[in-house]
Design a protein around this ligand. Structure first.
Ligand SMILES: [Zn+2]
Length: 240
C-alpha cells in the first residue's frame, strides 16, 4: 500500500493528447486482459498440479484448522506471511490491516478485526500472536505526513489508532535517516498494547499460556526483551 502520489506534467497538442489517451486506454484494457488470463491460468495450475501434489494436506485441513499463531500484518502486497516465515498453509491465521494496526477494542467500531482476534484466540486457541510491521510501509509514511490524507478520510480515521505511536516517535526522535523504520517499530509495540484491550486476549491470557511476539522487519537479525506495562507477558521483539 503506497500513499505517495506522483504528478506528471505534460505539454502536448490536443491531437497528440488524444492519441496518448487512446494508447493509454488500450494499454489498460490489454493489461486487464493479461491480468485476468494470469489469474485464470494460476487457478488452473492450482487445480491440476498443486492440489493433486498436496492433496493429503488439503484434505486434512478441510477437516480442521489448528494454526499455531494469529499473524497480524499490513495489507501491503509485498508482504507474504507464509513466504516470510516459512510456515505452511494452516499454520498461520492471518489478519491484514493497513499499517498492521490493531484497533482498540470497542463494541461498535472495527468489529471485523476484533472478530478475527476473538475467533483465533477464543475458538482456534492460537498459542502466539505476531504483529508484523515492515519497511517502506505506506501507512507509516502517511502517519508521518497526514497532509497526504485529505482525500482519504477512512484511512485518516484508521490511522488514529496509531497516533500514540507517532507521539512517542516525536518525543524520542533523534535520527532522521531512521525515521520510518523507527516509527514502524514503535507502532508495532503500540499495537501490541492494543491487543490487551480485546476481551478474548485478556480472558485467555495466563502467565505463560499466550506468547505475544512482535516482529519488525529490518536488515539485521536481532532479539531483545521488550519492557512493557505487562510484566507477566512473554514478549519478544524479533527484528529481521
Ligand atoms: Zn504497510
Amino acid at each position: 500500500m503506497q500513499l505517495t502520489f506522483h504528478r506528471a506534467l505534460m505539454v502536448v497538442s490536443i491531437s497528440s493528447f488524444t492519441v496518448l489517451m487512446v494508447n493509454a486506454l488500450s494499454d489498460a484494457l490489454e493489461a486487464k486482459d493479461t491480468f485476468v488470463e494470469k489469474i485464470r491460468l494460476g487457478v488452473q495450475r492450482f487445480r491440476t498440479i498443486t492440489f493433486p501434489q498436496m492433496r493429503e494436506m488439503y484434505e486434512r485441513l478441510a477437516e480442521k484448522q489448528i494454526p499455531d499463531a494469529l499473524f497480524i500484518t499490513c495489507g501491503d502486497s509485498r508482504i507474504d506471511p507464509l513466504l516470510l516465515t516459512g510456515m505452511d498453509q494452516g499454520e498461520l491465521f492471518v489478519e491484514r490491516t493497513p499499517g498492521n494496526i490493531v484497533p482498540i477494542y470497542d463494541d461498535d467500531v472495527s468489529v471485523g478485526v476484533s472478530a478475527s482476534i476473538e475467533y483465533a484466540v477464543g475458538v482456534l486457541g492460537v498459542k502466539n500472536i505476531i504483529v508484523c510491521g515492515h519497511s517502506a510501509c505506506g501507512a507509516m509514511k502517511a502517519l508521518l505526513h497526514p497532509e497526504h490524507l485529505q482525500l482519504l478520510p477512512a484511512t485518516a480515521r484508521w490511522l488514529k489508532f496509531a497516533e500514540p505511536a507517532l507521539k512517542e516517535f516525536r518525543r524520542e526522535n533523534t535520527n532522521k535517516a531512521e525515521n520510518l523504520n523507527r516509527l514502524t517499530r514503535i507502532n508495532v509495540l503500540e499495537q501490541l498494547k492494543h491487543l490487551h484491550t480485546h476481551p478474548a486476549v485478556e480472558q485467555r491470557f495466563k502467565p505463560g499460556s499466550l506468547g505475544l511476539h512482535v516482529d519488525v522487519r529490518n536488515s539485521h537479525w536481532n532479539r531483545r526483551r521488550l519492557q512493557s506495562g505487562h510484566t507477566s507477558i512473554r514478549t519478544r521483539v524479533m527484528e529481521f
